[in-house]
Design a protein. Structure first.
Length: 607
């Protein structure tokens, strides 16, 4: 609480501040700090006196050159980097924005202000376009960076054990090399909007002195009401309610699998997309799981609970159905629940030495398991839901070309269901789509741009597409686009699934494209049709000589699908082909693929 006697403010100002400050969120406080810093800088430049007690000479000068590097697998870090660059330029700063794969490491020592935005992929790995820079920075060749100022925004997912590991690694390594933080690292979960804005504000506040050349302090940051009156722009934060036109099962009778082909209307939305992009869907949790969780906790379905950023209460059933994640457990979530249930026994699960037990418990279990196994009945519903994170959207590769299907977008979604710990588990979005989504219903969606997985702009460039199962989805979009463009470059598709008779997704379309020459060649692998399981990497090795020739002709290789096994096996097959057909050593073969990545001739959309 401010006092008149020990502050430079008058009585009326003190009363105003004392009313305002307790109402501010942490993000608003950071925003205000950045605004005042830049206002001071701009005012001094214009000849206005600095605020009393803060001599202008006491604020150190900051270089006006800023380098923004991003490492991104699905495009989130890239999008945020572009947004940050715009804010920095509004402050009068000179900004260079690059993907890490395009940055020349030997220029690192010349960088004075470095801002890193990077996601973590898989089990703590850097995204593809960050690997080379990550390895350089952690090698003995990395220079001392005592003249550098930096900050890191780390994107991740708390449901993974190695949450934001890549960002944490960059942050630690830059400090080890002597660089100084201009703002603390911020770690973002899948709902990253608020956290990233707070980091932006913190960084902008630290660099605010460099804004002295900006026209006025009012241009420092976007105002909360910016954009009012402009046409609606649909996004992750403002999804489009799209009408479902078709929802078809692509698998034949008798298949163990269910794969849905969705056709969704984009009419009147203004939404645009390119082959390689994804659609984000906001799904609903399974009603049976919601009902069983409410029963296990001793709650009432219609009791009101609060939602983040909303002044209107919501029924508990609606909150658990459409707003909160209830199917994923993580150490971070269990810590939160343990804090409001101190007698539940969860503290034992979280105690030192039980890390492996905690990891095993979280895998494949959900909140219903937690409620039943640790007798959480009786916890207040509002206190419990306040610990949960928002239900995140699920991303699916687009399987259509906008040129072939104007004002529509198509998706290929495989239903996930399995048994674990005595109960059948369902994929949240895939089950919602398969069981409860009918044509005519609306679906909240947005486009996720993916600049790291784009069809080559040269129609004469040969392309090799490797996509088993639903990984084939973007290649339906690629070939549809090439057909519409009349492209003449060669195309080769490797596709696989379990059974030819029941699981050959989009078979009629591939056959038509083969007949018409849009698809030059297709090799398939149906793993359960023979005694020996055959996968796409085996078909690649069988055709190693011709595949190597395509690589030497400049073909672009695209891989889409499972990251944990398929993508690694395909990568290993490519290395084998380069060694076998090109006579390369292990090291040279790896360098060959690394160069292809840098040239954007080796692109992956893996998950």
């Amino acid at each position: 609480m401010l006092q008149v006697t020990n502050s430079p403010f008058g009585q009326e100002q003190v009363e105003l501040l004392n009313r305002l400050l307790p109402t501010l969120t942490e993000g608003q406080k950071i925003w205000l700090s950045g605004y005042l810093t830049a206002f001071q800088a701009a005012g001094t430049q214009a000849g206005t006196a600095a605020p009393q007690g803060v001599p202008a000479a006491s604020i150190p000068a900051v270089s006006k050159e800023v380098t923004v590097l991003f490492g991104s697998q699905t495009g989130n870090s890239h999008k945020l980097a572009k947004k940050l660059a715009g804010k920095l330029q509004d402050q009068g700063l000179q900004v260079t924005t690059l993907s890490m794969i395009d940055f020349k490491p030997n220029t690192l020592k010349k960088v004075e202000n470095l801002l890193i935005l990077v996601s973590t992929h898989g089990e703590g790995d850097p995204p593809d376009n960050a690997i080379s820079f990550y390895e350089y920075l952690h090698s003995k060749r990395a220079p001392q960076l005592s003249g550098m100022s930096f900050s890191v925004l780390a994107l991740g997912d708390t449901s993974y054990e190695f949450f934001c590991k890549t960002g944490k690694d960059f942050d630690q390594r830059l400090e080890e090399l002597g660089a100084k933080r201009i703002a603390p690292r911020v770690d973002c979960d899948v709902d990253f909007d608020d956290a990233s804005e707070q980091w932006f504000s913190s960084v902008l506040a630290s660099l605010g002195q460099a804004a002295a050349t900006a026209p006025s302090a009012t241009a420092v940051l976007d105002s909360p009401g910016a954009g009012i009156g402009q046409p609606t722009e649909y996004s992750r934060a403002n999804p489009f309610q799209a009408a479902v036109l078709e929802n078809l099962n692509l698998n034949g009778r008798g298949s163990d699998r269910e794969t849905r082909h969705l056709e969704i209307s984009l009419e009147d939305s203004g939404i645009q997309y390119e082959p390689g992009d994804s659609i984000g869907i906001y799904p609903q949790n399974h009603p049976r799981l919601v009902d069983e969780l409410i029963e296990a906790m001793g709650w009432q379905q219609d009791e009101p609970v609060s939602l983040p950023k909303s002044t209107e209460p919501c029924t508990l059933k609606e909150a658990l159905t459409s707003h909160y994640e209830i199917t994923v457990l993580s150490a971070a979530l269990i810590e939160k629940i343990a804090a409001i249930a101190p007698n539940s026994g969860l503290q034992h699960l979280l105690s030192a030495g039980n890390e492996q037990e905690l990891r095993a418990y979280c895998k494949g279990r959900d909140l219903l398991d937690l409620a039943q196994d640790y007798d959480l009945n009786g916890i207040d519903a509002g206190a419990f839901t306040a610990q949960l994170r928002k239900l995140p959207p699920r991303l699916y590769s687009i399987s259509s070309s906008a040129k072939a299907y104007p004002e529509e977008v198509h998706l290929t979604v495989r239903k996930v269901h399995y048994e674990n710990a005595g109960r059948v588990r369902y994929g949240v979005c895939s089950t919602f789509v398969s069981e409860r989504l009918e044509p005519g219903q609306n679906l909240p969606i947005f486009v996720q741009d993916n600049p790291n997985f784009k069809l080559t702009s040269n129609p004469d460039t040969p392309i090799i597409m490797i996509g088993p199962g639903t990984g084939v989805a973007p290649f339906r979009a690629f070939l549809g686009e090439r057909e519409e463009l009349g492209a003449e470059g060669k195309t080769w598709l490797f596709y696989g699934d379990q059974h030819f008779a029941t699981d050959f997704l989009y078979q009629v379309e591939w056959q038509r494209w083969l007949k018409e020459g849009v698809l030059t060649r297709m090799d398939v692998a149906f793993s359960r049709d023979t005694d020996q399981k055959v996968y796409v990497q085996h078909r690649m090795l069988e055709n190693s000589k011709e595949l190597y020739q395509w690589l030497e002709e400049g073909a672009v290789v695209y891989i889409c699908g499972d990251e944990k096994k398929m993508a690694h096996d395909v990568h290993a097959a490519l290395l084998t082909i380069l060694k076998q057909e090109g006579g390369l050593s292990e090291e040279d073969a790896a360098a060959y693929l690394s160069k292809m990545q840098q040239e954007k001739r080796y692109q992956r959309d893996v998950y």
